[in-house]
Design a protein around this ligand. Structure first.
Ligand code: CA
Length: 226
């Protein structure tokens, strides 16, 4: 396992690095966000420990840059104990987990083990399918530069489609992901909401991204209808 530690304070960085090396990790230290970015692009790290408090761009911005730059290594963010907003911003920027300072090294290691089990699959914070974009953290959706107003249910349905673009989803699949057990018990509820969604994400833009697959269900085209 190879880890990258992003921390500007030399003492803290050395402490974390030494602990990781004792645990059998190969560990490198980056002192700035820029260093972290080029190192993580050049080396396929298994996990990144990213301090939120960095000079210049902070950990949230660095995290976003890493994800935008195609770096999908699991990221554990280190934050201040009372920084609820920081932790939320960190997770929404693409971090996988956080640990508040001061932390116990045993917990740091346990969290890194949990993260490395997940691997480096792509898991963008903002979903993109063609010109469709959806940000689950702000609950906003766009077609190109135009923001689309969606109801809670429409948003949930679009998110379900976007997380599985190109796949045929049955009405049952869509019900299971976008509705809870309290859904209006109408057999055609999915068809009704797909129609609403098309009226908002496709028709005004002259697109046809949500296809009906006869006898099977619906599919969001991988190109988003572009
Ligand atoms: Ca720091």
């Amino acid at each position: 396992m190879r880890a990258l530690v992003v921390e500007d304070e030399a003492k803290m960085a050395a402490l974390i690095r030494r602990g990781l090396v004792e645990e059998g990790y190969a560990a490198d230290v980056a002192r700035t966000g820029d260093d972290a970015l080029w190192m993580a692009r050049a080396t396929p790290y298994d996990v990144i420990v990213l301090d939120l408090m960095l000079p210049g761009r902070d950990g949230v911005e660095v995290c976003r840059d890493l994800r935008d730059g195609g770096v999908w290594a699991p990221i554990l963010m280190l934050t201040a104990r009372d920084g609820v907003e920081d932790r939320v911003a960190g997770l929404d920027s693409g971090a996988d987990d956080y640990l508040t300072k001061p932390f116990s090294f045993a917990e740091l290691l346990a969290r890194l083990r949990a993260l490395t089990r997940r691997g480096a699959a792509e898991r963008p914070a903002v979903l993109e399918v063609g010109s469709l974009r959806l940000d689950p953290s702000t609950r906003q959706a766009w077609r190109g530069e135009t923001e689309i107003e969606l109801s809670t249910k429409e948003f949930s349905l679009l998110e379900t489609f976007m997380r599985r673009s190109g796949q045929v989803l049955s009405r049952v699949d869509l019900l299971e992901h976008a509705w809870d057990y309290g859904y209006e018990n109408r057999s055609n509820v999915v068809d009704v909401y797909v129609r609403y969604l098309r009226e908002k994400v496709d028709r005004p833009f002259g697109r046809n991204s949500i296809e009906t697959v006869r006898g099977a269900g619906y599919r969001l085209r991988r190109d988003g209808g572009d």
